[in-house]
Each structure stands twice: as C-alpha cells, then as structure tokens.
Design a protein around this ligand. Structure first.
Ligand SMILES: [Ca+2]
Ligand SMILES: [Ca+2]
Ligand SMILES: [Ca+2]
Ligand SMILES: [Ca+2]
Length: 309
C-alpha cells in the first residue's frame, strides 16, 4: 500500500517529516496511510497515521509534533486498513474514521474523548476491498420515522470495490442513509464522488463506471437518481470524477470528469449539459495550449473530442 496523500484542506503548522523519518510503528517500516485533521481542536491540523498491516493508529500534534495518542483500531487484525479524519459529530474536534479492508468494519473514534463512538459492518458478509470517503462540512439530512429530521455533520461514503456497491452512513449516528448499486451486473472498479450539487444542504452521490464514462447522480435527500449520462460515449476506461459543492461556484462548479488521456469535461449540476471540454494532459488544472498554425504559439484553441486513446 502506498502512503495516501494528506488532505490539502488543512496543513500541520510544523514540518512533521522529522517525526516521520524514524519508524513510526514498532517493527514496521513500510508505507503507511495518513490523513490530516484538527483532532486536538486548537485550529491546527494534526496528523493521523495508520499502519496498514495491523491498524495501529498514531496521532501526532500538528503544532508540536508530539504524539497525542496511539491505539489499535482493530485488535488481533492484520490486513489493509484505511483512515479518514473529519469532525463527524460537530463538536469542533476532528474524529478518526477507519475501515478494515477484510470485512468492511467501520469504526469512528471520537477525536476529543478518544472513545469508540461507532462500530458497524458496512457490508455484512462481504470480504473484499473497501474505499472510504468522508464528506466534510456539509450536513447530511435524512427524514426518520414521523418525518423527524436527522442531521449528521460528515456522511461516510463507503464503496465495496469488488461489486461497486456504494453506501452512505451518517457519521454521527452510524445509520445507513443510502445504498446504491449504480451499475447492476458490472463487477469492477468504479469511481465515487460526493458533493452538494443542487445546493439544498444535502450531500449528493456521483458515480462513474468505465463503460463510456457512465455517470450517475443520486440525490442525497431522496436517494432518487437525478441524472444518468455517458461522459465519454464509445470510450471504455477508468474515469476520474469530482463533484463540487455548488455553493462554492468557481471554475470547479458541477461535476468534473477526467479520462486517462487527459480529456477533462465539466457538467452543469442542474441541466447536466457539458459546460467545459478540454485537454489537460499534464494535470495542472489548466487547459493545454496548442499552437494554431499561422497564428502564433500561444493561442488557446478548443481541442477536438479525443476521448479515445
Ligand atoms: Ca490540532
Ligand atoms: Ca468531533
Ligand atoms: Ca444536494
Ligand atoms: Ca495542463
């Protein structure tokens, strides 16, 4: 397992590379997963590292580099574990969310108290790889019995890699808030993204399958499909996807897809029309510039649809 990238939303105040230079975990010197979040509640992101072989979690204070806590998320477990950091109960302290790759066992550790707040199997009976994503900042609302509204602060989005089964759980309650099998009959990797696309305060779920870049959008409030379209008709290959909170606006508004050849497209989150299409082969977020014959080397031209590689 490679070291997962740190969240860019928050950055520890100090350079933790010295702390990480020595083996962080006794008897283990391989790559580990890490995520950043303000577990101590002092306004500075802290580092949460997890040894992928045994679920050993360590939290390093982002301000001092001192170890804040050390515990095993899954006792007597050896196998792949993923970690995410987000304040799922809204108390101002980032919480630690783990999922075991063997049995999709999700745990939520309270960042402030260290207690185990949630523990559940995302897919009872499933024994395959799992991907975990935690949506920060945007509350998930669901309507319980009698119309009561249940709010959680950071929905947990879990994906069973082997069959593309996506589930959404309330981070605060552990309650299942959504279950999707976006591509029935297809058993392979898909990409999942979340964001409040229609600006109603509820996280929506977006998936994309390799078959033509088949995008499906599920409304977070109703779980009803809002859209289904092919981003790259005729093309088959893994497509990356991002869904941005529409209230943020800007150049990343809506759904963004990227084919392996660098063909980026952006779709309006209300009409689903294509609002951008360009090549970004070097992945710098800037459309690539091609010289136009006879008109100088710097003029940006609209590149043709080059979804096929
Ligand atoms: Ca902190
Ligand atoms: Ca918290
Ligand atoms: Ca929404
Ligand atoms: Ca570029």
């Amino acid at each position: 397992m490679n070291c997962e990238p740190l969240e860019d939303r928050l950055t520890p105040a100090i350079d933790l590379s010295q702390s990480l230079r020595a083996p962080l975990f006794d008897g283990y010197s391989g790559a580990f997963a890490a995520a950043a979040g303000d577990v101590s509640g002092d306004g500075t992101a802290d580092l949460v590292a997890i040894a992928p072989v045994n679920g050993h979690v360590k939290v390093l204070d982002g301000r001092t580099g001192v170890q804040r806590s050390s515990f095993f998320a899954y006792s007597e477990f050896t196998g792949s574990v993923r970690v995410a950091v987000a304040d799922v109960n809204g108390d101002g302290y980032a919480d630690i969310i783990t999922v075991a790759g063997r049995d999709a066992h999700v745990k939520v550790f309270n960042g402030r108290t260290g207690t185990l707040d949630q523990s559940f199997l995302a897919y009872p009976g499933y024994n395959g790889a799992v991907v975990l994503d935690v949506q920060r900042g945007i509350p998930l609302q669901q309507y319980g019995p009698g119309g009561a509204t249940i709010s959680t602060f950071a929905p947990l989005v879990v994906q069973a890699v082997d069959n593309g089964h996506v589930k959404v759980f309330g981070g605060q309650t552990g309650a299942e808030a959504g279950s999707f099998m976006p591509y029935a009959g297809y058993n392979g990797p898909i990409q999942v993204a979340t964001g409040d696309l229609n600006y109603d305060g509820m996280v929506d779920v977006v998936t994309v399958a390799p078959t033509g870049g088949h995008v499906r959008v599920f409304d977070g409030a109703t779980r009803i499909e809002r859209a289904s379209f092919q981003a790259y008709p005729g093309y088959n290959g893994l497509v990356e996807i991002a869904a941005n909170d529409s209230s943020l606006g800007g150049s990343s508004y809506g759904i963004t897809t990227r084919a392996p050849d660098g063909h980026v497209k952006r779709f309006d989150p209300f009409t689903w029309t294509e609002i951008a299409s360009y090549m970004d082969v070097n992945r710098d977020g800037v459309p690539d510039v091609e010289p136009v014959p006879g008109s100088g080397p710097t003029q940006l031209i609209t590149l043709p649809n080059q979804a096929s590689v």
